[in-house]
Write a protein that binds this ligand. Sequence first.
Ligand SMILES: C[S@@+](CC[C@H](N)C(=O)[O-])C[C@H]1O[C@@H](n2cnc3c(N)ncnc32)[C@H](O)[C@@H]1O
Length: 294
Amino acid sequence: MLNNRDRIGETGINWQTAALGIGKNRRKTIGFGLYDKKAREYQDELYIRELSIIDGGIGCALWDAAIILTRFVFENRNELFKDISVLELGAGVGLPGIMAARFAQKCYLTDYIDTVNENLEYNVSLNCNYDTEEGEDISENEKLRRSYKDRTKQSAQVLLLNWDDIKTSENPQPDIPLKSIDIILGSELTYTGNENTINCLIEVILAYLSTNGVFIETLSDDRDGVPQFLEDSKQRGVTYRAVRVPDHFMGNFNTKQRPETYKLYLFARTQGIEQNERYQQVCRVFDAYEQNNG
Ligand SMILES: C[S@@+](CC[C@H](N)C(=O)[O-])C[C@H]1O[C@@H](n2cnc3c(N)ncnc32)[C@H](O)[C@@H]1O
């Protein structure tokens, strides 16, 4: 038992409620920012489709951690994500990457199962396309949303990337240049304590992270792989910092996952960390969250 919850398999999560319980092939609208009661819409919205876990494993459903990370991206969109290069690892249905693609210059969304990647392509397209009518009168908010969609169309690229391939290739996904990424994103990537997967993941992060780059991940405290991932990262010359997810990112997940405690993690190469402006910048964001957490 973990936090009074029954364990299923190695991970302590009930996969069926997390992934299957929300229904097969269901499309969801997820709102961000303020809700305008009159217009009955959020400041920003993203759309995703979930598949059945049978079709492509655990990447077929949206995890609460991904919603938290997407809220983080939205809140820090102007300060951290404008015109940068982003890579989402183990993207699943791709929510954080799709949000980042609205602001980034380039955003790679990656996973390693064909079905998951086909769904990722579909989810990107859901957030790119819109109808136009001649002479239409559109609100300022709608204009902004369309500009986000146009940017997503330009910046988002879905690619297969299997972390295990780092064992046999220096660059397991040649379409992504080595050491080119400013911010790598991930949610619930180390959900099991499989040491081989954890080691490969760390090598992949180090392969793609630019010298001034950071890796930001959301993880539940209940995942078995977290202590191992943190320890192995340190051994590989990576420094990390963690902060409890602030309350305003929690709640209204609508995923049927049980309530859990989450942290935001920030990683960067220890060497040169003093000169890593981006690391310092995200640290200041974490400082503010820590103060609010009390
Ligand atoms: C727990 S799910 C989280 C999905 C998504 N990040 C979210 O939070 O909604 C873990 C993801 O990692 C991907 N994954 C697991 N092992 C992988 C590997 N060796 N290479 C690439 N992706 C992998 C899975 O396909 C899945 O999408």
